[in-house]
Structures are given as structure tokens and as C-alpha cells.
Design a protein around this ligand. Structure first.
Ligand code: BEZ
Ligand code: FE
Length: 294
């Protein structure tokens, strides 16, 4: 077959794919071609615009290494990460809603005992975090692994300032106690802009968008037999809750970080300054017995 034109080229490519033996590859390839061709037909790019698009993606790729992943950031800022999350994480009654992982998770986070202060050398408003991990019907899960990480009061994560602070801080791995509870001290996080010195930042600027995320604390919670939960808890009242650059906010994940006077804190500690208290009770969903292997 030859002499394809605007009206015949899509079917010609689809026909070429028809022999793919893996049905999932065939389905994904066909959808990619149909949607990509439809996009080009709708947008009708000039040759120069198409070259710009290729250059944009090339520059995005060049910004990816083991420290920076501009493609994930692009997926986040275009709402694709949250769409994939929504498709893969239906939430039954009693289960905590999910949101994006983000680029600042560290696999080998320091293990800490409940009650630890994880602020390291960082100063800020003291924050007590208490919480629990249960099944969707309220049975406490002892020994669940609770990874937490958050920004400082200037909106920077430890991994963005390791040269200055020397070690990981404002992140740790806890285990829930016999009652499924955990608690720790840190400093209250602030809102922050996602890295916007690359192609994603260029895109946000020309789309007339800001790069900010509302203040939040990240949680990744695992327990055998339960789906791993990746989520955040957002600070109620933050000015960016309705315009989070990565579309990650859900009402069920917003909590008051309650301002408390000096005195005895709920964990029994005597505190000589004002502090903030966040409590959140998480519900984990059991792994479906017919779950497809990843
Ligand atoms: C974060 O919350 O850490 C994050 C999520 C998506 C993009 C950038 C940062
Ligand atoms: Fe974050």
C-alpha cells in the first residue's frame, strides 16, 4: 500500500499493527495511534510546531537522571498521574484515599521509634503527628510500616538541601504499635512549588499556571495482605488546596493541624512552646484474592 493521505494514513498504520501477537500490546498500540492521529488532526500543527513538540520532549528526556525525573513531573502536571491513580485505586468504604507519590520519596528512610523527633537540624513550628492504621472495618493493624516525609517551613525537602543539612531529616519509617497507632514530632511543613526550572516549568508558565502544591505530609503505609497506601494529609486552610499543580487534593485528605498551647501534649510530652497537632486515622484495603500479578 502506498500514497497515503490525511484520510487513509491512520487505517494503514492500524493495519500494520494488526499482526501483534500480544493482545495487550496490540490494544495499547492501536489506541496510541488512534489518539495520536486524532490529536494531530485536531491541532493541525505547522511543521515548526511539530519540531518544537519533539524538541520539548527531547529536552524533557535530557532532564531525567537518578535525581530528577522530568517525565514524571510532566505526567503529574498534566493530571495523568492522578488519572492513573484513580483508575487503579477505587476506594471502598473505610479505606483512605490515595494521591501522587511525588519525587521526594527515599527507599532507605531511617527507622525510628514511635515518639521520635524527626526534624533533624531543621527549625520551625513544632508539629506532633499521631495516627492509627486499621482495616476498612476498623480492626487495628499492629506492625504496619509507616513511611513519612514532608517539606520544611520554607517548602524544601531534605534531599533538596543535603549539601546544607548533611543528612536525611523530616522523614522516617515507623511501625504501628499493638493498637495500630504511631506518633512522632517534626516541624510543620509549608506549601512549595514543584521544580519549575525545566520543561515542565516552561509549560506551566505558557499555560498561565502557578507551580505550587499546598502544604502536606506524605505517608506510605504497608502491611502484609493489604494494598500499599500512598497518600498525603493536607493542611486545612492552605491557599493552594483548590489549585494544586498536580491535582492531588481530595477532601478526605485535608485535616486541621490544630494549634495547641504549651503544656502536656497528647503523647505525654511536656512542650514549652506552641505546637501543631495532626491526627489522622488510616484505613487499608485488603489485597483482592483474585488480584492480577503486577
Ligand atoms: C510532592 O508532593 O512531593 C510532589 C508531587 C508531585 C510532583 C512534585 C512534588
Ligand atoms: Fe510533597
Amino acid at each position: 500500500m502506498r500514497n497515503f493521505n490525511e484520510n487513509t494514513i491512520t487505517d494503514a498504520v492500524l493495519e500494520r499493527i494488526a499482526g501483534a501477537t500480544d493482545q495487550r500490546i496490540k490494544q495499547v498500540s492501536e489506541a496510541l495511534v488512534r489518539h495520536l492521529h486524532a490529536f494531530v488532526r485536531e491541532v493541525r500543527p505547522t511543521q515548526k510546531e511539530w519540531e518544537y513538540g519533539i524538541d520539548f520532549l527531547t529536552r524533557t528526556g535530557h532532564m531525567c537522571d537518578d535525581k530528577r525525573q522530568e517525565f514524571i513531573l510532566l505526567s503529574d502536571a498534566l493530571g495523568v498521574s492522578m488519572l492513573v491513580d484513580a483508575i487503579n485505586h477505587p476506594v471502598p468504604e473505610g479505606a483512605t484515599e490515595t494521591t501522587v507519590l511525588g519525587p521526594f520519596f527515599v527507599q532507605a528512610s531511617p527507622e525510628k521509634d514511635n515518639g521520635a523527633d524527626i526534624s533533624g537540624p531543621k527549625e520551625g513550628d513544632p508539629m506532633l503527628v499521631t495516627g492509627s492504621v486499621s482495616t476498612v472495618d476498623g480492626r487495628p493493624l499492629a506492625g504496619a510500616v509507616v513511611d513519612v516525609w514532608h517539606s520544611d517551613d520554607d517548602g524544601y525537602y531534605d534531599v533538596q538541601q543535603l549539601d546544607k543539612i548533611g543528612d536525611l531529616a523530616m522523614r522516617a519509617r515507623f511501625h504501628t504499635d499493638q493498637n495500630g497507632r504511631f506518633n512522632f514530632w517534626s516541624i510543620k511543613p509549608a506549601a512549595y512549588p514543584i521544580p519549575h526550572d525545566g520543561t515542565v516549568g516552561d509549560m506551566l508558565a505558557v499555560q498561565g499556571r502557578h507551580p505550587w502544591r499546598p502544604a502536606h505530609v506524605h505517608f506510605m503505609i504497608s502491611a502484609p495482605g493489604f494494598e500499599q497506601l500512598v497518600t498525603h494529609v493536607f493542611v486545612a486552610g492552605d491557599q493552594y488546596l483548590d489549585s494544586d499543580v498536580v491535582f492531588g487534593v481530595k477532601d478526605s485528605l485535608i485535616r486541621e493541624f490544630v494549634r495547641c498551647p504549651p503544656g502536656r501534649a497528647p503523647d505525654g510530652r511536656m512542650v514549652d512552646s506552641e505546637y501543631y497537632h495532626l491526627n489522622y486515622d488510616f484505613g487499608l484495603k485488603q489485597v483482592a484474592s483474585n488480584a492480577r500479578a503486577a
